[in-house]
Write a protein that binds this ligand. Structure first.
Ligand code: S3P
Length: 438
């Protein structure tokens, strides 16, 4: 079956209102932390508005395989019962395309006494580095066998000892893996990171009553956690700003567009894109701010922005927009000058080598882009008119970025392997079609 998507040039505009799907990072955490809280409290936990993307379903299936009972109450609402979890699974646990599943569960499972399991994943995930979690977890005493620090992994869980870990990178997956292991370790576990990465784990643990503290000092941003009993509380998940980002940029660059995106998480560790929008003079408003299960949320309106300025992204903003760099590159192509993205080496370790893949994809659209070790330089000129054939390399964020690019391409675009959008955003095309007006 040909899984390519072919689009002709689009002569209309985008208009209307959409509700964005639930946040993927928070959804993974609601399943994992929800299961731990359910086990500790002996009560069931309800999750409202869970992401149904393939990544979160990988986490869900793995938890079911370890004895967590999951009842579907309605479309996106579940009830978790982990009273009799966590049991040794009788099959290899498949993390699919999801780095968050593999790394966070590696933290939790390696801290469970006498728990044994094996992880695998798809071709993209099998290439991604796991040393970043194996190293700190081994320092805590974990026993993890790997294929040269890559999947497949074998975990022999045991009681771990708390450590203080200076993470060399600002990675929420590393921080979360160590904190989840710390929930079952002897003593107080501390993680220090150079910049603040997304803090959904900390917010959820605090919300459920775990013993967790956060702060900043000369060493960096620190979090401490120690074992105690969490409460059972309903977890409601806000919309994903990383999914909203595709429509935010599309509305800014397609002439005459105006789009209202409802229920978008605006946790400050995720809103680097809004800082870039200010730099680039994108026209947008934040409306109806509120808090849901400890997370900030709002509606975001974006209007066509005729004078997009070039922008520069580097340093501490990188973890706040790491997943938005592919779509921000699309924004850079219409800016009137040179945009520079640097300090983003870790993009090479995502679902694809995103630096290499973006440069290759943008060149296919005729964009003037130069690859650097830790980023790239894009010279915008506003006019995209190339018959483009691009590869997604099993990377959902590239697929959706190329789709947005196709909206401003005056010629035909073919996106190969487009179906990988299902990883995070199965409703993407339906919502895009809803907004398209002719
Ligand atoms: C995620 C953290 C980020 C992000 C990924 C999801 C998470 O990765 O790129 O899509 O849910 O913790 P790193 O923590 O490796 O930067």
């Amino acid at each position: 079956m040909d899984k390519s998507l072919k689009t002709e040039s689009f002569r209309g505009f985008l208009s209307g209102e959409i509700v964005i799907p639930p946040d993927k990072s928070i959804s993974h955490r609601s399943l994992i932390i929800g299961a731990v809280a359910s086990k500790q409290s002996g009560n069931k936990i309800n999750i409202k508005n869970l992401s149904l993307g393939e990544d979160c379903l990988s986490t869900l299936k793995i938890l079911e395989n370890t004895g967590v009972k999951i009842k579907r109450l309605s479309d996106r609402e579940l009830e978790l019962d982990a009273k009799s979890a966590f049991k040794n699974p009788d099959e290899v646990l498949d993390c699919g395309n999801s780095g968050t599943t593999a790394r966070l569960l590696c933290g939790l499972f390696s801290s469970l006494n006498e728990f044994e399991c094996e992880f695998t994943g798809d071709e993209s995930l099998k290439k991604r580095p796991m040393a970043r979690v194996i190293k700190p977890l081994s320092m805590m005493g974990a026993k993890i066998l790997s294929n040269d620090n890559k999947l497949p992994l074998k975990i022999e869980g045991k009681k771990l000892n708390a450590i203080t870990y200076f993470s060399p990178i600002a990675s929420a997956q590393v921080k979360s893996a160590v904190l989840l292991a710390g929930l079952n370790a002897l003593g107080v576990t501390k993680v220090i990171e150079p910049y603040l990465s997304r803090n959904h784990t900390e917010i959820m643990l605090k919300y459920l009553g775990a013993k967790i503290k956060t702060g900043k000092d000369a060493d960096g941003f620190w979090t401490t956690v120690e074992g105690n009993s969490m409460e059972s509380k309903t977890l409601e998940i806000v919309g994903d700003i990383s999914s909203a980002a595709f429509f935010m940029v599309a509305a800014a660059i397609v002439q005459n567009s105006k789009v209202l995106i409802k229920n978008v998480g605006i946790n400050p560790t995720r809103t680097g894109i809004l800082d870039v929008f200010k730099q680039a003079e994108v026209l947008f408003s934040i409306l109806n701010e509120r808090t849901v299960s400890g997370e900030k949320v709002a509606d975001i309106e974006v209007r066509y922005s005729p004078n997009i300025k070039p922008f520069r992204i580097k340093g501490d903003i990188i973890p706040r927009l790491i997943d938005e760099i592919p779509i921000l590159t699309v924004l850079a192509t219409v800016a009137n000058g040179e945009s520079i993205i640097q300090d983003a080496f870790d993009l090479r370790n995502k679902e694809s080598d995103r630096i290499k893949a973006i440069v290759e994809g943008m060149k296919a659209f005729g964009v003037d882009i130069a690859e650097k070790k830790d980023g790239f330089v894009v010279s915008g000129n506003g006019e995209i008119s190339s018959k483009a054939i691009v590869e997604t390399h099993l990377d959902h964020r590239l697929a959706m970025s190329y789709y947005v690019m196709s909206l401003i391409n005056k010629k035909e675009t073919v996106i190969k392997g487009f179906d990988c959008v299902n990883t995070s955003f199965p409703e993407f095309i339906r919502l895009a079609e809803k907004l398209k007006q002719f």
